[in-house]
Design a protein around this ligand. Structure first.
Ligand code: BGC
Length: 780
């Protein structure tokens, strides 16, 4: 049962647990789990650094030796606290829970922590977890927006800020980053990750883990990070959330697993198992994933937590025979801690130990990293949140909001700018109409997964423009249309701002006409369109990419007025812009830009900031092209790649890595340090990038490769390096990249192993995935 179903129940039902643990006493038959497609282990060095210090491990083992079996088993359970309950309090006091999630109030966190520390024999603190996905008190752009910044340093900084704010509230653990590759934008959770590409996702995963945890787990004012959802969740069939994923070993090793490996390499302290079936074996019962790859191949030493109720759900998958079987099989597969809403299947583990299906050393091995994490995080020494620390962090709020504005500006992607309409000119554009349902949006501008913020901190687009323009221009604002999901969001109960009542037909017609009248009276129209916060995210997949509601009609009617029009988008997936891209001169993608989105929008629109973000996915012309991604294999007729349909081009509307600027750039002088290299060696590539325009602006220089032949076909292009640079007019910079075994090897379906082959390699460097500047080298 996923979290969305739980929220639906919380809203719709009494506090009684909706799921009853099946206590039918059936012997727990442990079945050996193997993946039919499992292949020989690629010969790669383990990725993981040691997470725990020797002192932590010694203290862990000393504690473990003293603990009873039941005390150990208690550490494996995690429950939601939706509201205060005497049952949950009792479990905490009796040492039956190792972790609680979703408690946001620091007073409540401390109350529960007192119960745990003072109630348990060994004073074992609870680990409080929460989804701090793109900010805690300060809300930054959603992860797909942060990824569009292609700015590792900034992503690390905002992750650190989010961590410090959450830690000050007593939260020690976040369920982020999500690094699921998303090649089907119908899938709502595309907004939570870094898009279609393994290399970009890996870079963002590394930055987020470093920012969240600091240089080592246990850094003051930071959190334990979780890389999720292991693995393949983004490949859910048809983009339908939670549906099965079927991925070849090559796709797993070359595309879907590398971001997880990068997080492990960066020292991530926890991994969340995914909900869905992966090649017929649910990820949460998937020993190949959780033991062979994660621990065996990569040497991961932290703990695995299941996604919510994913252990119980092994029964609904038609995989486990009952809850007891589910518990044993998830445990044996490698899930240390079980996240559940109301009832832990792991309560069956005691009986499994008594029957000899699970040994005490196996329990010790599962508990050890959980206890070590609590020790290393400092929870034994400082279990309670400190009000003085909370005041100190709260005092930094203005600086954090400033970072949020910068992050929103750096995430924005300029998709179109005919006739250099942007930036707007205050001397010409004196009467401005801001039209659209996102103009006044205070909640929707934030995107999903926001809980602890104060809505008063949010700057709407209307407020941002008003503050920027003061009395220098006339600003008229109207929504024009209302956005509504056809079926209410299961997360409605936790949104701070409730949906406005639905307009009746007369009101809808009046609002539409009023917006058109304002537009007709303006020098320039800014159309603020997109998807509401609840139209994307978990359990928010769609079968179309059309602008929801009446937005397309509004846009067409506004454009028909003949005014200059800027389309300002707030969304987390590519939308159908085929019409807009031929009729609207300027399109600026803001994503869900966060609390300072309105201030950032005003700066970008009036040229106080220049857009420098780049698309983290290929933007299709329409939904029928999905899946569409740049890293496809070549075919027998590559020159026909863009003509695969007879009715329209099969090329993207905008390529991966694409984004315009208010300036222009030249990328020249591609040099390779040598023409040939031996497998295992590295070479350097460099280019010169120059700002050839009139304003200081950013460019993201991107390097792509292609291996021309080998034991298996390789993608037409693969991103293998990028750097975002800021240049003044006429300024030049040399950007350098390294290509070595990490970049040139891949997992071959022919050899069933990681290979680094003799071949000819093409290199392209430029400003998107269609870069033309190229060079070639040989690997022997
Ligand atoms: C989501 C996870 C999330 C968890 C706790 C689940 O439904 O899939 O991403 O961390 O709930 O909120």
């Amino acid at each position: 049962m996923s979290t969305h179903r739980v929220f639906t129940q919380v809203r719709a039902r009494s506090p009684r647990p909706p799921m009853r643990a099946t206590c039918a006493v059936m012997a727990c038959a442990y079945l050996t789990i193997t993946m039919s497609a499992s292949a020989a282990a690629p010969a790669r060095k383990p990725a993981a650094p040691a997470i725990f210090s020797p002192a932590t491990l010694a203290r862990t083992d000393a504690l473990l030796r003293k603990m009873s079996l039941d005390e150990k088993l208690g550490q494996l359970n995690q429950l939601f606290q939706f509201r205060r309950s005497s049952k949950l309090d009792g479990m905490v006091r009796d040492g039956k829970l190792g972790s609680v999630l979703f408690v946001a109030d620091p007073v409540e966190i401390n109350r529960l922590q007192h119960l745990a520390v003072e109630g348990s024999r060994w004073g074992i603190p609870l680990l409080f977890g929460s989804d701090v996905v793109h900010g805690h008190k300060t809300i930054f752009p959603v992860p797909i927006g942060l990824a569009a910044s292609w700015d590792r340093g900034m992503v690390e900084r905002v992750s650190a800020i989010a961590a410090s704010e959450a830690r000050a509230d007593g939260i020690a653990w976040t369920f982020a980053p999500m690094v699921d590759i998303a090649r089907d934008p119908r899938w709502g959770r595309i907004v939570e990750g870094a898009g279609e590409d393994a290399y970009l996702n890996a870079a963002m995963a590394t930055a987020q883990v470093r920012g969240t945890q600091g240089p080592r787990l246990g850094t003051p004012d930071r959190l334990l990070a979780t890389v999720k959802h292991f693995a393949g969740y983004g490949a859910s069939e048809g983009g339908r959330d939670h549906d099965a994923a079927n991925l070849s070993q090559a796709q797993l090793h070359n595309v879907y697993l590398p971001p997880f490996r990068a997080a492990v390499k960066a020292g991530v302290g926890s991994v969340m198992s995914a909900y869905m079936d992966l090649n017929d074996v649910p990820a949460t019962g998937n020993r190949w994933l959780l033991r062979d790859v994660l621990r065996g191949l990569w040497g991961y030493g932290g703990f695995v937590v299941s996604d919510n109720n994913a252990v119980n759900d092994l029964v609904s998958h038609g995989f486990a025979s009952d809850k007891r079987d589910a518990a044993v099989r998830a445990f044996k597969a490698g899930v240390n801690m079980e996240m559940a809403s109301y009832v832990n299947a792991y309560t069956h583990l005691r009986a499994a130990v008594d029957k000899g299906a699970i040994s005490v050393p196996e329990i010790d091995a599962a508990v050890r990293p959980i206890l070590a994490t609590k020790i290393q995080l400092g929870l034994f020494d400082h279990p309670y949140s400190d009000p003085a620390k909370a005041r100190e962090i709260a005092a930094q709020a203005p600086a954090h909001q400033e970072e949020a504005r910068i992050a929103a500006e750096r995430s924005a992607v300029l998709l179109r700018n005919e006739g250099a309409l942007l930036p707007l000119d205050r001397s010409i554009h004196r009467r401005i109409a801001l039209i659209g349902p996102m103009a006044h949006a205070r909640q929707d501008i934030l995107g999903p997964w926001v809980f602890a913020h104060d809505p008063k901190d949010t700057v709407t687009v209307a407020e941002g423009l008003r503050a920027k323009l003061g009395d220098s221009a006339a600003l008229a604002v109207a929504a024009g249309v209302q956005l509504k999901r056809d079926a209410p969001s299961p997360f409605e109960s936790i949104f701070k701002e409730k949906d406005a009542p639905t307009w009746d037909a007369a009101r809808a017609a009046g609002e539409f006409d009023h917006a058109l009248a304002l537009a007709n009276n303006a020098d320039v129209v800014i159309l603020a369109l997109g998807e509401k916060q609840d139209m994307i995210g978990e359990s928010a997949s769609r079968s179309t990419l059309a602008l929801p509601g009446e937005q397309q009609r509004l846009m067409e009617r506004v454009v028909a007025l003949g005014k200059p029009v800027v389309l300002l988008l707030m969304n987390g997936r590519p939308l159908d812009l085929a019409w807009a891209n031929t009729h609207v001169p300027a399109i600026l993608e803001l994503w869900y830009p966060g609390a300072q989105g309105g201030a950032a929008a005003a700066n970008l629109l009036f040229g106080d900031a220049s857009p420098g973000g780049k698309l983290p996915f290929t933007w299709p012309r329409n939904v029928g092209q999905i899946p569409l991604y740049y890293g496809h294999n070549l075919t027998q007729d590559p020159s026909e790649q863009d003509r695969r349909y007879w009715n329209e081009p099969s090329s993207p509307l905008f390529p991966f890595g694409y984004g315009l600027s208010y300036s222009t750039f030249a990328v020249t002088d591609l040099r390779l340090s040598k023409p040939t290299l031996l497998a295992g060696e590295s070479l350097a590539a460099s280019v010169v990038v120059e700002n050839t325009g009139a304003v200081t602006a950013d460019q993201v220089v991107q390097l792509y490769i292609h291996q021309r032949h080998g034991s298996a076909s390789r993608p037409a292009r693969e991103l293998k390096g990028f750097e975002r640079v800021t240049l003044r007019p006429a300024e030049r910079k040399t950007v350098r990249f390294t290509l070595g075994p990490e970049e040139l090897s891949y997992w071959s379906s022919a050899t069933h192993s990681q290979v680094n082959e003799a071949s000819t390699f093409d290199v392209w460097v430029g400003t998107d995935a269609q870069a033309a500047l190229s060079a070639t080298f040989q690997q022997q």
